[in-house]
Design a protein around this ligand. Structure first.
Ligand code: ADE
Length: 225
């Protein structure tokens, strides 16, 4: 899978792309995450990428040309399944959207900055708009990093324990059950007996029950959908 991230502040993506699971996936040849500096497509001697809003509102807007030139260059090299714009008024990202995106080959993630981007980019170039929640970030970079992480960790082979992505919270519509490690008792705090029993069927039943209980307590909305 290849993810091209377009940003006016590419430095914000240095950590996630060069340190995290994304780097591990890249090292294994399972994902390629390329960050593009929108400023490279800026206009004039100052490499302008933004301008004032028509109609007098305060703030700056990313202009059509730098964004479309950058995306056109990318499209010359390969076909993209989606050109995604990070925006608080997009479709809310969740595990099901992550699963769908992980099945795609090539994605562009466009990070907004300032007040946002010229609506014509959204109307004519963007194919999908994603929000990571009902709050406003300063730019789309942290949202793009989060999405790339959630999607890339689902690719087969990226996480060393093959089954672990499948047992994540949300993957079966439920939160994950509680988990424990050694020692079996510390400060009088005990690991539930069933987990020490070695009885696989009982353990699985307990995990299922606890996942349901936790979901009922914390996220009953997940059960009513
Ligand atoms: N850019 C600014 N806020 C955002 C959000 N909540 N989700 C995605 N991109 C954003």
């Amino acid at each position: 899978m290849r993810i091209d991230i377009i940003s006016a502040v590419p430095e914000l993506l240095d950590g996630p792309v060069n340190q995290s699971i994304l780097k591990r996936a890249a090292d294994k040849g399972l994902a390629e995450i390329i960050v593009h500096n929108l400023r490279d497509y800026g206009q004039g001697p100052y490499r302008q990428i933004d301008d004032k809003i028509y109609g007098g509102s305060a703030g700056m807007v990313l202009m059509v040309e730098p964004v479309s030139n950058c995306i056109n260059d990318l499209k010359k090299e390969r076909n993209y399944d989606d050109i995604v714009y990070m925006t608080p008024d997009g479709e809310t990202f969740n595990q099901s959207v992550a699963n769908q995106m992980s099945l795609q080959q090539n994605l562009v993630l466009l990070c907004g900055h300032y007040k946002g981007i010229d609506q014509r980019i959204r109307d004519h170039i963007i194919t999908k708009e994603i929000s990571i929640g009902d709050f406003v970030l300063t730019g789309g970079e942290l949202a793009a990093a989060m999405i790339a992480d959630a999607v890339v960790r689902l690719l087969p082979g990226v996480i060393s324990d093959e089954t672990s992505a499948l047992t994540d919270s949300f993957q079966d519509g439920l939160l994950a059950p509680p988990i424990y490690t050694r020692p079996a008792e510390i400060n009088g705090w005990k690991v539930p007996d069933v987990l020490l029993s070695g009885h696989f069927a009982e353990i699985e039943k307990w995990n299922d029950e606890m996942a349901l209980k936790r979901t009922e307590e914390r996220r009953p909305d997940l059960l009513s959908d």
